[in-house]
Design a binder for this molecule. Structure first.
Ligand SMILES: Nc1ncnc2c1ncn2[C@@H]1O[C@H](COP(=O)(O)OP(=O)(O)OP(=O)(O)OP(=O)(O)OC[C@H]2O[C@@H](n3cnc4c(N)ncnc43)[C@H](O)[C@@H]2O)[C@@H](O)[C@H]1O
Length: 142
């Protein structure tokens, strides 16, 4: 069975020397919380998808971000019994005060430190990703 593919960016900002992750709440389904990401369109690369979805879902373009192309992680899980693969890269919001512009796909956003971002994400693989990305983000911010 071909896996459904998605890609996105796990975006953090630095406020008072603390790392906070951007989480968006879907306006559909279970209203789950996720970093900006979405399905890879036919012929599109994961990287281009991640940038496109970040622009569509959070209003942020490449210029707003430092994107760490060498810091990435792939999650594999099942949605309605079908395999899904999601590629994430780590990115830092250059100006922590930049406003996030949500699309109709999301109804709320939060900037959260590691523990709260893990709690709201709800899934073990995302919790582990956040631990690893938090370590990198902390080093990159120091
Ligand atoms: N239930 C619904 N009702 C109406 N419209 C819907 C819908 N689901 C999707 N859509 C439509 O699909 C579009 C989204 O497309 P995109 O924006 O292109 O794609 P996406 O972020 O990958 O979508 P989704 O939210 O489904 O993915 P996720 O893997 O987080 O989430 C998919 C599922 O996997 C679960 N999940 C998320 N992360 C997981 C993980 N790490 N492990 C296990 N399960 C996980 C989530 O809780 C969720 O149940 C929306 O515009 C909407 O129109």
């Amino acid at each position: 069975m071909t896996a459904k593919r998605a890609a996105g960016l796990v975006i953090f900002r630095n406020v008072n020397q603390a790392v906070q992750f951007l989480m968006l709440q879907t306006s559909y389904g279970e209203h789950h919380w996720t970093p900006p990401k979405g399905h890879v369109d036919p012929g599109e690369s994961d990287w281009v998808t991640a940038l496109r979805e970040t622009k569509e879902e959070a209003g942020l373009s490449e210029d707003d971000l430092d994107i760490y192309k060498d810091v990435s992680k792939v999650l594999n899980y099942k949605v309605n019994g079908k395999p899904k693969v999601v590629v994430y890269w780590l990115a830092k919001l250059k100006n922590p005060e930049t406003k996030i512009l949500l699309s109709d796909e999301h109804q709320d956003l939060k900037w959260l430190p590691l523990k709260e971002a893990q709690d709201i994400s709800g899934y073990d693989d995302m919790k582990q990703l956040l631990v690893e990305f938090n370590e990198k983000a902390t080093v990159l911010s120091s």
